[in-house]
Write a protein that binds this ligand. Structure first.
Ligand code: ADP
Ligand code: MG
Length: 559
């Protein structure tokens, strides 16, 4: 039997493919399973239009068989199969996607679930195998064919026997090398792990014999091993389900299963978007701050699926930095992937999804703030600082999004309040939103500078985080009310009386103040009569718009 050569370009492409497209060898299994699933989908589509065919769900499945003695791994399916011509065309020509052609020919629109499109996935099998054998019998044919290839050299096709319609792909695994362990792909736990990771939501059962043990007989202490066929994928992705079919517990289980965090999520959001870009997403707001959250090591991102197949474990483009605490996943049919499925060709679609997600998360947080204050404060305690960084960064570009989510401790309410609540409470004659900065609420409470404002009965927000004042400078105002530090020169408070008294005192004690200034020379700029102090004898005041606290931070910064 003559060996057919791959076309010249194909040869080079194949070598390139095998060695460089995928960063992880384990994805070969994802590619073969995706093909098997496509093959079953194709039968399913046929039955929709052909009355002589029925689709009996239990007859359609994928099966993995590992044979340690022969070092082979078999991936078989009961899908549509391939004719001799199909084998030649689809497996003999690289970048020839029978699945893509099938979609076109059958006018299957974007609602399709068929995964294949580039015609290269199959060759991933050569990353782990010396020889790949494909035995296939096509739907409606009595003949079966065997395609075999040892890589870039070429392939053979010959007739063979196969009882049922479908395909078997048999991989003769490579021998272990120093760096590479191919034996792992024969291990039950490893195969399960890979299926769980990439193909858990393939819609047909992926079956495998798994080893179990049971007591030898009824009242025996001795255990014996036996094997039993099991379906190792969960099949229906939870995100495809309708949210009202799911309980809080389902979402919590998914969070744990996926190891998004070790805590219990504070809130979950299930999005089923059907607009310009269609996607499903399950997002979580964690309850506790990850230990590395406020360090450079922390990596934001969501899992990204295309058609229920995992293509990226952490995609950072799906989340704005200010919501970097969000965990979860996105699945879309509308993504244009490149051939390795590892990178996306365009980020336009991701941008759209990101914007969408940001809007939803904001809405959920606002809802929580209004209806579930206790949980919101837990959230704010864990991630509030990130929101303030968000206001401050990007030159305040996100302030509109974030300002309503901020909370600060209030002098009058003795608890955290939002800016909206503050402004609603403002008396008619109060011009500004007042704040005071300090190390802690206790310390601020004792600041002499707060006296005048507090005495007027005005509420003061306490800024104890270094980023607070920077964030507020970026906001400048909220609902047309400007922010003012209690130590600022202009508090917008009617001071006629105080002014008069201060002037009288200053005039009367001119010499005393001049003497004090001389004594403190170089330490202070001026010594003045205070118009604000009520019970404190003296206080330090800053000139201009920067508070003493902010001056401290600025001075501490490296030049
Ligand atoms: P893609 O899946 O992107 O089309 P692949 O290289 O993975 O590319 O597969 C090439 C083609 O080979 C598929 O489009 C399909 O026509 C055919 N094929 C591969 N595996 C199977 C299978 N298990 N059953 C039927 N056809 C298959
Ligand atoms: Mg494929």
């Amino acid at each position: 039997m003559a060996k057919k050569e791959f076309q010249a370009e194909s040869k080079r492409l194949l070598e390139m493919m095998i060695n460089s497209i995928y960063s992880q060898k384990e994805v070969f299994l994802r590619e073969l399973i995706s093909n098997a699933s496509d093959a079953i989908d194709k039968i399913y589509y046929k039955t929709l239009t052909d009355d002589s065919l029925t689709f009996d769900r239990e007859n359609y499945y994928i099966r993995l068989e590992a044979d340690k003695d022969n070092r082979t791994l078999k991936v078989m399916d009961t899908g549509i199969g391939m004719t001799k011509e199909d084998l030649e065309k689809n497996l003999g020509t690289i970048a020839k996607s029978g699945s893509h052609a099938f979609k076109k020919a059958n006018e299957i629109d974007d609602e399709h679930d068929i995964i294949g499109q580039f015609g290269v996935g199959f060759y991933a099998a050569f990353m782990v195998s010396d020889v790949v054998t494909v035995i296939s019998r096509a739907l409606g044919s009595d003949e079966a064919y065997k395609w075999e290839s040892a890589g870039a050299d070429g392939y053979t096709i010959e007739p063979c026997e196969k009882a049922d319609v479908g395909t078997e792909i048999i991989l003769k695994l490579k021998e272990n090398e120093d760096e590479e362990d191919y034996d792992q792909f024969l291990e039950e736990y490893r195969l399960k792990e890979i299926v769980k990771k990439y193909s858990d939501f393939i819609r047909y059962p992926i079956k495998m014999d798994v080893t179990k043990s049971k007591p030898k007989d009824d009242d025996s202490e001795e255990y014996v091993d036996y094997t039993e066929e099991e379906t190792i994928n969960s099949m229906v992705p939870i995100w495809r389900k309708n949210p009202n079919e799911l309980t809080d517990e389902d979402y919590e289980n998914f969070y744990q299963e996926k190891r998004y965090g070790f805590d219990k999520p504070l809130k979950h959001v299930h999005i089923k978007a059907d607009g310009t870009i269609r996607y499903d997403a399950i997002l979580y707001i964690p309850e506790t701050t990850p230990f590395d959250y406020y360090t450079a090591e922390y990596e934001k991102g969501l899992e990204l699926y295309a058609n229920s197949v995992l293509i990226m474990e952490k995609n950072g483009d799906l989340l704005p930095d200010y919501f970097s605490f969000v965990k979860g996943m996105v699945d879309s049919k509308d993504l244009s992937l490149n051939i390795s499925r590892e990178m996306l060709q365009h980020d336009r679609q991701l941008k759209l999804i990101e914007k969408n997600i940001a809007r939803r998360i904001k809405r959920e947080l606002l809802k929580m703030l209004r209806n579930d204050r206790e949980n919101y404060e837990k959230f704010y305690d864990a991630f509030g600082r990130q929101l303030k960084y968000g206001v401050y960064s990007d030159f305040g570009a996100n302030k509109e999004t974030l300002q309503d989510l901020l909370l600060f401790y209030s002098s009058t309410e003795k608890k955290l309040v939002s800016l909206e609540e503050y402004v609603e409470r403002m008396p008619e004659d109060q011009k500004y939103i007042f704040y005071a900065t300090g190390e802690s609420n206790d310390r601020i409470e004792k600041l002499p500078q707060t006296e005048l404002v507090a005495d007027k009965g005005y509420e003061i927000l306490y800024f104890t985080d270094e980023v607070d004042e920077f964030a507020i400078k970026m906001l400048m105002q909220y609902k047309e009310k400007e922010f003012r530090s209690v130590s600022s020169g202009d508090l917008g408070i009617d001071m006629e009386e105080e002014d008069k008294k201060a002037k009288e005192e200053a005039d009367a004690n001119k010499d005393l103040f001049a003497e004090m200034k001389k004594l403190l020379d170089g330490k202070v700029k001026d010594v003045r009569v205070s118009k604000r102090l009520k019970s404190h004898p003296v206080c330090l005041a800053a000139d201009g718009d920067i508070s003493l606290e902010m001056e401290k931070v600025l001075n501490a910064m490296p030049n």
